[in-house]
Design a protein around this ligand. Sequence first.
Ligand SMILES: *[C@@H]1O[C@H](CO)[C@@H](O)[C@H](O)[C@H]1NC(C)=O
Ligand SMILES: *[C@@H]1O[C@H](CO)[C@@H](O)[C@H](O)[C@H]1NC(C)=O
Ligand SMILES: *[C@@H]1O[C@H](CO)[C@@H](O)[C@H](O)[C@H]1NC(C)=O
Ligand SMILES: *[C@@H]1O[C@H](CO)[C@@H](O)[C@H](O)[C@H]1NC(C)=O
Ligand SMILES: *[C@@H]1O[C@H](CO)[C@@H](O)[C@H](O)[C@H]1NC(C)=O
Ligand SMILES: *[C@@H]1O[C@H](CO)[C@@H](O)[C@H](O)[C@H]1NC(C)=O
Ligand SMILES: *[C@@H]1O[C@H](CO)[C@@H](O)[C@H](O)[C@H]1NC(C)=O
Ligand SMILES: *[C@@H]1O[C@H](CO)[C@@H](O)[C@H](O)[C@H]1NC(C)=O
Ligand SMILES: *[C@@H]1O[C@H](CO)[C@@H](O)[C@H](O)[C@H]1NC(C)=O
Ligand SMILES: *[C@@H]1O[C@H](CO)[C@@H](O)[C@H](O)[C@H]1NC(C)=O
Length: 742
Amino acid sequence: MQVFLKLCLGLVLLVAQYAPGIAVPSSDCPRQCGTVEIPYPFGIGANCSLSVGFNISCKVQDGVSRPFKGDFEVLDISLTHGTLRVFNYITAYCYNASTTSMKFFGRYDGYVGRPSSLYRLSDVQNKFTVIGCNALAFISDYNGTGYQGLGVATCRNLSDLADGSCSGMGCSQTAIPKRMYYYDTTFLKGVNTSEIWEFNPCSYAVLMEAATFRFNTTYINTNKFNDTYNGRVPMILDWAVRDVKSCDVAKQNNTGTYACLSSNSDCVDSTNDQGYTCNCTNGYEGNPYLQDGCKDVNECSHGPCPSDGYCHNIVGEYRCSCRLGKKYVKESNTCNPNTGLIIGVIMGLFGVMVIIMIIVFWGQRIIQTEKLNKVKQEYFRQHGGLILFDRMKSEQGLAFTIFSEAQLIRATDNFNSSRILGKGGHGTVYKGIINNMPVAIKRCAVVDERQKKEFGQEMLILSQINHKHVVKLLGCCLEVEVPILVYEFVLNDTLFELIHGKNHALQISFSTLLRIAHEAAEGLSFLHSFASPPIIHGDVKTSNILLDDNYMAKVSDFGASILAPSDKEQFITMVKGTCGYLDPEYMQTCQLTDKSDVYSFGVILLEILTGQLPLKLEGSEKQRSLALIFLSAMKENNLNDVLVSHVKVQESKELLAGLADLAKKCLDMCGDNRPSMKEVADELNRLRKLSLHPWVRLDVEPEAENLLGRESTRGYDIELSGYPVGESENQPINPRSSYYAR
Ligand SMILES: *[C@@H]1O[C@H](CO)[C@@H](O)[C@H](O)[C@H]1NC(C)=O
Ligand SMILES: *[C@@H]1O[C@H](CO)[C@@H](O)[C@H](O)[C@H]1NC(C)=O
Ligand SMILES: *[C@@H]1O[C@H](CO)[C@@H](O)[C@H](O)[C@H]1NC(C)=O
Ligand SMILES: *[C@@H]1O[C@H](CO)[C@@H](O)[C@H](O)[C@H]1NC(C)=O
Ligand SMILES: *[C@@H]1O[C@H](CO)[C@@H](O)[C@H](O)[C@H]1NC(C)=O
Ligand SMILES: *[C@@H]1O[C@H](CO)[C@@H](O)[C@H](O)[C@H]1NC(C)=O
Ligand SMILES: *[C@@H]1O[C@H](CO)[C@@H](O)[C@H](O)[C@H]1NC(C)=O
Ligand SMILES: *[C@@H]1O[C@H](CO)[C@@H](O)[C@H](O)[C@H]1NC(C)=O
Ligand SMILES: *[C@@H]1O[C@H](CO)[C@@H](O)[C@H](O)[C@H]1NC(C)=O
Ligand SMILES: *[C@@H]1O[C@H](CO)[C@@H](O)[C@H](O)[C@H]1NC(C)=O
């Protein structure tokens, strides 16, 4: 009785005989056998493979070409994994009912392999598989590794079994060790299917690829398992170049047998016994056993990058990138928002905007400045500035300055309200500092369009006026809409303050007032005679007669009349400032003459005589105007009623009568009948001399300075409306005193 049935699987041509050098395979070598590709180092025919071990024979069976390695049909060759997939033969042990005995099926005699063979049974992918309900099979490698394994499969009833389950019931799988190049299979005789042949005639045992096997219950009671691939199943063989132990040795041996010819290839030590295989380096694919066999992989073709990103294939590798504003994160292989970049871009845009805004801002500034300069030039031209400028050039040594607007703004601290010296019908007077010298700067409210062109001319004439009783005009500014005038600054006080000021109305000597009136008349007379047509002051009043340190009179504000508007609406504004002084004739004709100034001066004489304001805010219509009161008093010979009491007592009747008479003449309703300013000045001069007569009491004039130490408001042009009524109004008047006109 035979105890062991032995199957010897001979792995063909296991004796390796290597060519001394690597021959480049001819391009004529067939690379295909049937449907199977045969890549180098494998080959069909002479000089087509790396060595005899890689020789593949291509056989025709049933009219189909099939590649064979020895007895095994080759299904697939893998260069990257170093494997060969072949068909292995199934062994079976079956009960024959007619002979009532067990029979062995399959190959049981074959070659014994050698250690130098290229091929090893894959320990990773193969399992020794036994199928049956009363089966026990050995796998043995006595002459190789010395390994012996056991596969056992049992079952009592088909209903105990399950498809896909191979864990001992009807099916078992056993792993094998590495380095096996040979095995035989033996069924144990005493474990047979003689008792259960009706539902399980055969037991099977085979070393096969585990991944493709799936147990089916029908394998127990039919011959389905054997029939699947004609008594064969797939098995995996590990191949390698095994003439040297490892890659290190292969690379050291420089005799030209190193199989990894491609420059982009790596040597990989075999995982199953000695030897090595070749593999293309990462990022390359192809045949590492051929020169230039490893080609760059287009990794992007299989989309390794995030779907919302970009893939860039570069030699040996690839790069992923993302759209603008996103950042590639390698760890998660995703495109994440790139906050840094976004912030950077925003900051960048912001910076650009700021720069643009600055440019626009400066551009506008420049344009505006140019516009402003143009406007200034236009005004300058309109105001006759060019004519004035030309004349000034020709008349050297003229003490007259054309100021720029900027100069005056600087001088007045941008027309600061704290610098205002006075306000009037014509405009506002500021105190300014130019070249460390105080000046009075008059900024008019309105200007008469018709007068504009002659303005420069007029300024030139006014600038030439040099009289000790006329405030000096230092210059003007023409580059503004309404020209600005710059006068000499007169420190002290006004005649208005002297007469109507609360504290010293009674203390100022009459002769001082008389002198001041005379000086003012001289100044006005000079103005009238200076040029032809005469320069008309137009706004003669006590507040426009300034007093310097020595109480010398200086007529101010004369230039303003040139700017005075002649249309009705603006005229009213002016009247408001000069009520009580205004020539009644002018009211009707709207035409200012030198006699208008004479009339106004007459009112000043009345103020000196009566100590009263030219216009009272109380009383009947007739009693409001000082001129009317005075004239009616003269008519009724009641002059004493209106005169200041102490004057009445102290001054000679002759002097007072002379003054009253002069005033009356000045106040004549008809301008032509009034005396000229020169005549007025001369008459005053005469009357002053009369007052200096020995029998007339003499005042010491400078005494006034001591009395007037107070810092007074500088009324260049103080409006009268709302001004408190002077105390002199309530002075007792002696009704018996009478003065006569000459
Ligand atoms: C491979 O086998 C064929 C026959 O199948 C033979 O002609 C050829 O010489 C062999 N090649 C090598 C390299 O031994
Ligand atoms: C194979 O190569 C050898 C040596 O290079 C040569 O002698 C022989 O003729 C070649 N055989 C074939 C079939 O080309
Ligand atoms: C060869 O490289 C490929 C990919 O690079 C890899 O999958 C494979 O396992 C490698 N083969 C060996 C034998 O190391
Ligand atoms: C059993 O054996 C006989 C005689 O050898 C043979 O003719 C028959 O085919 C066998 N039956 C089976 C199922 O193998
Ligand atoms: C089957 O095995 C039994 C023992 O378990 C033995 O007695 C019998 O002879 C065997 N049958 C055959 C045909 O070998
Ligand atoms: C195993 O090897 C020995 C000698 O090395 C030999 O006698 C024996 O027949 C071999 N066994 C098989 C099953 O080939
Ligand atoms: C299998 O089991 C079923 C129920 O358990 C039984 O009816 C049947 O006879 C059994 N078959 C055999 C061959 O033992
Ligand atoms: C088992 O084999 C039978 C017959 O070929 C088949 O119909 C059945 O689907 C298979 N079962 C599984 C789970 O594969
Ligand atoms: C298995 O199939 C092969 C090929 O068809 C055949 O030669 C062999 O006899 C079969 N084995 C059994 C047990 O049927
Ligand atoms: C190098 O190769 C030659 C012949 O192929 C061999 O004789 C020698 O022993 C090898 N050297 C090493 C270090 O493997």
